[in-house]
Design a protein around this ligand. Structure first.
Ligand SMILES: [Zn+2]
Length: 340
């Protein structure tokens, strides 16, 4: 079975304005790299637009309708989030691509999938657009899995920013285990290690706030010593990834130091969880990443791993992240202590 690459050129028609970092050139760079030098074992798929029903599983109806009414128009939604005439179609395709990836891997029509989309989604809240995001693509994908009877979805968010929208959508539930690594303190301000979920969902949110400057070995330590053992214990039936690449050392918006090899290693580590627990069923959806060459190279490195390449070995050495590692482990002790 192939790795499905969900892509539609209409995602380039979302124009957030001149000089905006979330530019159409991001996806253009990714797609021109992949189409110019295709990776064996991948298959390009044109995604459907998300339906109103799919969107309202995650967002309030009034919000969805207000956004859909902006189709063909221009508007400013928050300080850094605006829409152009093509944005709403792009946003529907982005959420639709993530949901289609889930359907394909659950139905056995794809081994894994990567929704190559924009606008990104993980900051979008139930009732508001935020941080370049209109609809929460990965949350819509998770809701599609839940609607199909999947009861344990693991969502790993390695974008350099905290996935506030995704956390808030599922923090009171156990049918999604949310894990996020992010620079902290940083935009959007949430994602402290003490945020571990609410009520029934307590223990099913795992935040890994990290100091600026963390590189491949720091991330490997956080994954090996905290995130992966918890993911193993959860035994997911499906794995989703909010795959942002703005923790790359070349990224202009943040201050982390991951390399292409580092992203490939993270992808490989998450894939091992999927291989062990859910026949490799894994769907990535593109979030941030603002250096064009680093973005295209990191996406390629991850897709090569999905298509069967061995990820580069990475020693877990928490140099900058040693203090954070201890705090995160401590915060998760009540729920996952025996696995850590
Ligand atoms: Zn980001």
């Amino acid at each position: 079975m192939a790795v499905a690459l969900l892509y539609d050129p209409r995602c380039l028609d979302h124009d957030p304005g001149p000089m905006h970092p979330e530019s159409p050139d991001r996806l253009r760079a990714i797609w021109s790299d992949l189409s110019g030098n295709p990776i064996a074992g991948t298959e390009g798929i044109a995604p459907p637009e998300a339906t109103r029903e799919e969107l309202t599983r995650v967002h309030e109806e009034a919000y969805v309708d207000a956004i859909l009414r902006l189709a063909g128009k221009e508007a400013s939604l928050d300080a850094d989030t605006s829409v152009s005439p093509g944005s709403i179609e792009a946003a529907r395709l982005s959420a639709g691509a993530a949901a289609e990836g889930v359907r394909r891997v659950l139905d056995g029509r794809a081994q894994s999938a990567f929704a190559l989309v924009r606008p990104p989604g993980h900051h979008a809240e139930k009732t508001r657009a935020m941080g370049f995001c209109l609809f929460n693509n990965v949350a819509v994908a998770a809701a599609e899995a839940h609607a199909r009877g999947v009861s344990r979805v693991l969502c790993v968010d390695w974008d350099v920013h905290h996935g506030n929208g995704t956390q808030h959508a599922f923090e009171s539930r156990r049918d999604l285990l949310f894990m996020s690594t992010h620079q902290f303190p940083f935009y959007p301000g949430t994602g402290h290690e003490s945020e571990i979920g609410l009520g029934q969902g307590e223990g099913y949110t795992v935040n890994a706030p990290l100091p600026a400057g963390c590189g491949d070995h720091d991330y490997a330590a956080i994954f090996d010593y905290v995130l992966l053992p918890i993911a193993q214990a959860y035994r997911p039936e499906l794995v989703l990834v909010s795959a942002g690449f703005d923790a790359h050392r070349a990224d202009p918006l943040a201050d982390m130091a991951l390399s292409e090899d580092g992203f490939a290693a993270l992808c490989g580590a998450v894939k091992e969880i999927a291989d062990e627990h859910c026949q490799g069923r894994m769907v990535l959806t593109l979030e941030g990443g603002y250096d064009l060459a680093a973005l295209a190279g990191s996406v390629r490195a991850c897709i090569e791993v999905l298509a069967g390449a061995s990820p580069p070995p990475l020693d877990p050495l928490p140099r900058r992240a040693a203090g954070a590692l201890n705090r995160i482990r401590q915060a998760q002790k009540t729920h996952w202590g025996k696995y850590l």
